[in-house]
Design a binder for this molecule. Structure first.
Ligand SMILES: Cc1cc2nc3c(=O)[nH]c(=O)nc-3n(C[C@H](O)[C@H](O)[C@H](O)COP(=O)(O)OP(=O)(O)OC[C@H]3O[C@@H](n4cnc5c(N)ncnc54)[C@H](O)[C@@H]3O)c2cc1C
Length: 426
């Protein structure tokens, strides 16, 4: 078995892994190794040929591959080493990785620090349990995207989409461009699960109907999908008898959510947050295992790649600091999701970092709301209040804490983020 020694090993070369590896190298880590099971760098970005990437970070609308290329070029120049077509099979708590590829067989990689950047995977039919037969033609939106954009073939001509996640919305437009008929998008919740800009640009602009409070209750067809039955749902999300409607189609596209890919983390006994499905992390993006960091969709599902990059640069910097013995010490403050908030990332903040640098907290709200304030409080004292005109579960909110904005002594307390209606107090 070939043995490799490196300072920082990064698992996954999507935007998260690319940014973490580049930043680790720039921050002075010696040998940085970026590993991916795929045949090329860029992760999910390679199949996202639409534009809309990088608006916040670069002030321009790039396609996924263009966005990835900026980081690939930067990493190449900096001397980040790359291992493609290589699957990481195990991450051990002592920072040994076991990986495998066709050329060399098993690899034993000993790293000073490890960054986990494995992304996420799509929820499939099993996860949403739709009754009916098991014909061909039921696929996830991301798989369809790969077929159309990378492999060059069309999975169907008459499409029904279940779920209003961003990938499904983007594929509704893509199928229309390719001459297919998209019969409609059916969403069980009373609100969409995708970004507003995608609802407008991918559905409204192409007259594709969006049916909220609806679900698919049956799939018909033996060899191939022939039709689906949809129905309205009540407040408990149960189908309402008598509202069923049969829609002929040859493909049912599922866009019903993403799950952080954490088999390696679970196997290493890294503590996971039951709400995000990803590792519990500090503001250095370090997990519960010292020297193992995580960033990107493996931590929590992001809607904008710009935020993935920002967060992953912190992970790269954190890994470099660790191998150079420059990690911040001292007390940490836990974060907590308060009223109206589903989760907050990171979960732990170093007081030393809070005093010195701006800290960004990422959160998602539980329900859509208008004219609210996002309030941060420490030990019952309000430290920050930000006005938001509209908040929606589909759109991640970021809250920036300026350096030195917390009380000098907040050891032993928690920082809570809450959603407060204008005119009320948390
Ligand atoms: C269809 C779609 C459309 C999107 N559109 C936009 C948009 O318009 N604008 C925008 O800003 N954002 C968009 N996003 C969001 C953004 O692309 C993602 O948030 C981002 O790609 C996540 O980056 P990541 O590196 O965490 O994960 P990924 O890009 O998924 O990368 C993970 C990598 O890890 C590798 N990997 C996993 N496990 C292993 C293992 N065991 N061994 C080796 N390698 C492994 C995978 O092969 C993959 O390359 C979109 C996302 C999707 C899915």
């Amino acid at each position: 078995m070939r043995k490799i020694q490196c300072d920082v090993a990064v698992v996954g070369a999507g935007p998260a892994g690319l940014a973490a590896a580049g930043r680790a190298k720039a921050a002075g880590a010696g040998r940085v190794l970026l590993i991916d099971r795929d045949r090329e760098l860029g992760g999910i970005l390679q199949q996202c040929i639409h534009n809309g990437f990088g608006l916040h970070l670069f002030g321009e609308e790039l396609t996924g591959p263009e966005y990835a290329h900026k980081f690939i070029a930067e990493n190449q120049e900096a001397g980040v080493e790359v291992l493609l077509n290589t699957m990481v099979l195990q991450v051990r708590p002592d920072r040994h990785l076991y990986a495998m590829n066709r050329r060399e067989g098993m690899l034993d990689i000993a790293a000073g620090a490890v960054v986990l950047a494995m992304g996420c995977r799509e929820r499939n039919r099993g996860a949403v349990t739709i009754p009916g037969t098991r014909p061909a033609g039921v696929i996830t939106a991301g798989t369809a995207q790969r077929f159309v954009n990378m492999e060059g073939f069309m999975p169907g001509r008459h499409i029904v989409i279940l779920g209003s996640g961003d990938i499904g919305l983007i594929m509704a437009r893509r199928f229309t461009w390719e001459g297919a008929k998209v019969e409609g998008v059916f969403e069980i919740m009373p609100y969409t699960n995708g970004l507003t800009r995608n609802v407008v640009q991918c559905l409204h602009d192409y007259d594709i109907p969006l049916h909220l409070n609806h679900t698919v209750v049956e799939i018909h067809g033996r060899e191939r999908v022939e039709a689906v039955t949809v129905a309205k749902v009540d407040e408990k999300l149960q189908p309402i008898p008598g509202t069923e409607r049969r829609i002929p189609c040859d493909t049912l596209l599922l866009s019903v959510g993403l799950i952080p890919e954490n088999e390696l983390s679970r196997d290493a006994r890294i503590e996971l947050d039951p709400v995000t499905g990803g590792p519990v992390v500090s503001d250095e993006m370090e997990t519960s295992l010292p020297g193992i960091f995580a960033c990107g969709n493996v931590v929590h599902v992001h809607d904008l790649v710009d935020n993935v990059t920002r967060e992953s640069r912190l992970a790269g910097e954190g890994a470099a600091r660790l191998v150079q013995g420059r990690q911040p010490g001292g007390p940490v403050l836990a974060t907590r999701a308060g009223e109206g908030v589903r989760y907050v990332v990171p979960h732990r903040l170093h007081l030393a970092n809070l005093a010195e640098r701006e800290t960004t907290l990422y959160m998602r709200v539980r329900e859509p709301a208008e004219h609210v304030r996002i309030e941060a409080s420490v030990g019952g004292e309000r430290v920050l209040s930000v006005r938001e005109r509209v908040v929606r579960p589909a759109e991640m909110v970021s809250v920036k804490l300026p350096p030195g904005s917390l009380p000098a002594d907040c050891t032993g307390t928690e920082l809570t983020l809450s959603v407060v209606k204008e005119g009320e107090r948390a």
